[in-house]
Design a protein around this ligand. Structure first.
Ligand SMILES: *Cc1c(COP(=O)(O)O)cnc(C)c1O
Length: 437
């Protein structure tokens, strides 16, 4: 009796809850996941099944905690389950969910967004970053009467058809140039040029005069790992678009409220015509937003002829989480994010040097990538040249020590205000061992 109970216990322990859920997820979902990068394929590990987040840490369903740098892929700038955000969402939920009309929280969050990013004179809330970008592109075409869109290789702007070419981490990790199912017609009006290459952009305008509706750019590249804009790059995009009657769209879905409260446009002092947001602005709830010059936004229905709608747009729970999050993103919070990012960067550099490991560390504020290559990449081709297998080994060694990094060489690590000195110390101690391994 005793023996068989013990055996049953041992059997339960070896078949962990994670194994069970993974198997059931693998049966249900393509790749076992509801978004490709969650499959952890490029790091050769089974996908984690997490059920709890608190501050800088997350827990798997077997009860193991990890220091987290995935940060919900960007939104978790306060860490997980920040009490003020939880309270705001609870309060909003008690008032009913989407009521299908304008609500007070939409107005409140919209005003905060505009105050942080004055270029967004008028705003529309949607439910994802993908939707924000698709809408901004449609608006750019509708407002200019032109068809062509210029994007940069490695730039990810959601999974809308016309921008799903040479589009960053998810595809790069799977070594796919683009997606099946995107028609030639949808891809034909998209021109792809290398990031940080002003000459290539100028050449597009020479080759296609009066045909470019917009340039869309991540003002800090964050989807093939972090790539900072070289001095003068964003300025040149502003000048070239203006000179050629095209619009400049900053896709700040990651950088908005991340690299500064006012996003990359504040950090680099450039005023785009249109901006797309997502991730942080929803405080971890589903959200997207786009906005810009009032005369352009007047083209959106019902004021104008560019149609865009959404049943759950401006959802009260997303608005509540966004407002509560922005309330906590004070100037001091950004100083902390910068300091933590800098401490991680310099500590990782020292740890790599001590172990003779050749890496280049790219960082803008609290966005960071350890590239397993000698020099900092300035475009996607250089980034993709990094040693993914070395990264996979590094990732695995960190995970085994309880530090959860971005599960791809081509994703940013997201630092939160909940990451303090103790967490940096813990990360660096693990990194010294992982670099050596
Ligand atoms: C994540 C991301 C998107 C897409 O946002 P979703 O909410 O995942 O649809 C668009 N642009 C950039 C720069 C992103 O990082």
């Amino acid at each position: 009796m005793t023996i068989s109970t013990e055996r049953a216990g041992a059997a339960l322990r070896t078949a962990s809850r994670q194994d069970d859920l993974r198997a059931r997820a693998a049966d249900l979902f393509p790749g076992g996941v509801n978004s490709p990068v969650r499959a952890f394929r490029s790091v050769g590990r089974p996908p984690l099944v997490l059920d709890r987040g608190s501050g800088p840490r997350v827990r798997d369903v077997d009860g193991r905690w990890y220091l987290d740098y995935i940060g919900s892929w960007g939104p978790a700038i306060l860490g997980h389950a920040a009490p003020a955000v939880v309270d705001a969402v609870r309060e909003a939920a008690l008032c009913g969910f989407a009521l299908g009309t304008t609500g007070p929280r939409e107005v409140e969050l919209g005003e905060r967004v505009r105050a942080a990013m004055p270029s967004m004179e008028r705003v529309r809330f949607v439910s994802s970053g993908t939707e924000a970008v698709m809408s901004a592109i449609r608006l750019a075409r509708g407002a200019t009467g032109r068809d062509l869109i210029v994007k940069f290789a490695g730039g990810y702007h959601g999974h809308g058809d016309s921008l799903l070419v040479e589009a960053g981490s998810g595809l790069a990790t799977l070594a796919m140039p683009g997606s099946a199912g995107v028609t030639e017609a949808a891809a034909r009006d998209t021109i792809v040029v290398p990031y940080n290459d002003v000459d290539a952009v100028a050449e597009v305008f020479r080759a296609h005069p009066d045909r470019v509706a917009a340039i869309i750019v991540e003002p800090v590249g964050a989807n093939v790992g972090v790539i900072a804009p070289l001095p003068g790059f964003l300025e040149a995009l502003r000048e070239l678009t203006e000179a050629n009657g095209a619009l400049l769209i900053f896709d700040e879905v990651i950088t908005g409220f991340r690299v500064a409260r006012g996003g990359a446009q504040a950090r680099y002092g450039i005023v785009p015509d249109l901006t797309t947001l997502g991730k942080i602005v929803g405080g971890g709830m589903p959200i997207g937003a786009y906005g810009g010059r009032a005369d352009l936004m007047a083209h959106i229905a019902p004021e104008g002829g560019v149609y865009q709608a959404g049943t759950l747009s401006g959802h009260p729970l997303s608005m509540a989480a966004g407002i509560a999050t922005l309330n906590l993103l004070t100037p001091v919070a950004y100083e902390m994010l910068e300091a933590t990012g800098a401490a991680l960067e310099s500590g990782l550099r020292v740890a790599a040097a001590e172990t003779g490991r050749e890496v280049a560390i790219a960082r803008v504020g609290s966005l960071l990538t350890v590239f397993f290559r000698r020099d900092l990449p300035h475009d996607a081709a250089q980034a993709l040249d990094a040693d993914r297998e070395a990264y996979a080994r590094f990732f695995g060694a960190m995970l085994d020590q309880g530090v959860l990094l971005a599960p791809s060489q081509f994703e940013a690590w997201f630092v939160s205000v909940a990451h303090g000195d103790a967490e940096v110390g813990e990360t660096l101690a693990a990194a010294r061992k992982a670099f050596a391994a």
